[in-house]
Design a protein around this ligand. Structure first.
Ligand code: A2H
Length: 254
């Protein structure tokens, strides 16, 4: 945003099972030993313990790109290009695309979410995903992100309309960060207090996001995980480094 550079943590969520809609598109396009990862970009690596699903824009176009011999990323082509010029792909500036998919075709994919209490989570639709920000993939932490919390409530309420199984959206929301003003489920607190009824209440959600971010970052204390008891400001780089060391994440900037 503006003139600044945004430093994201890009997380690797390994695909365990594709839905039929994706299998049809992918048939014959990937080698047998291929590992494919959904790669959300996040500013809150310290919250990854609480991932309950991962979002794509249902109408957004994505690609699967070959990163190394057996590693492939599911991201927007814009993000693949940026990554290729940040030394993330094996050949500088080259980002070979093996398939093109729309978000709706990958809804229901089962992926492994690094660090999360919920090892296996589903890919679900989020209509407010911006195709031009980050990777176009957003990991869902409903304890601390008002956008994620509002989207989860909507998916549960209208699961038939969205063509998903209700239980895919109903994973337990665990407290990760304790704050003096909003308790330990900041997003739920703010969504309820501000009477946000839908993911389309964008103005209120922007305000809630600001409040949640500031309170979490400056006043928050970890109440879960390896850095329990530490300030969020201190824990954030530690969790990020832990993810990077485990080869579950990398730095991505734009
Ligand atoms: B954050 P900034 Cl727990 N479209 O990650 C919509 N939202 C996107 C996106 C896209 N294409 N790409 C990334 N994002 C989200 C965690 C989180 C995030 C928490 C709390 C707040 C929060 C879990 N979701 O973001 O505009 C991602 O969600 C609020 C600041 O580049 C990413 O971090 O500042 C954040 O927005 C990046 O937003």
């Amino acid at each position: 945003e503006g003139l600044g550079v945004q430093e994201y943590t890009a997380l690797k969520l390994k695909v365990k099972e594709w839905p039929e809609s994706a299998q049809r598109v992918l048939s014959g396009k990937l080698p047998a030993n291929a590992n494919v990862y959904f790669v959300p970009a996040t500013l809150r690596p310290e919250t990854m313990y609480g991932q309950t699903c991962c979002f794509v824009g249902p109408k957004v176009k994505y690609g699967i790109f070959k990163v190394t011999e057996n590693e492939y990323f599911f991201v927007s082509s814009r993000a693949a290009r940026n990554m290729a010029f940040q030394g993330i792909f094996s050949e500088w500036g080259v980002f070979p695309q093996v398939a093109e998919l729309e978000g709706s075709e990958v809804v229901g994919t089962l992926v492994n979410a690094p660090l999360s209490v919920h090892q296996d989570v589903r890919i679900l639709p989020m209509e407010t995903v911006k195709p031009t920000k980050g990777t176009g993939v957003v990991t869902c932490v409903p304890s601390d992100s008002p956008d994620d919390y509002a989207t989860i409530l909507d998916l549960i309420k209208k699961s038939d309309y969205y063509g998903i199984k209700k239980e895919w959206a109903e994973l337990e929301i665990i407290p990760i960060i304790e704050t003096p003003s909003y308790g330990n489920l900041t997003a739920k607190f703010l969504v309820e207090k501000m009477k946000i009824n839908s993911p389309k209440d964008t103005k209120q959600l922007a305000e809630a996001k600001d409040l949640a971010y500031k309170e979490g970052y400056y006043q928050g204390k970890m109440c879960f995980g390896d850095y329990k008891g530490k300030a969020v400001e201190e824990a954030k780089p530690l969790v990020r480094q832990q993810l990077i060391d485990a080869n579950d994440a990398f730095n991505y900037a734009e």
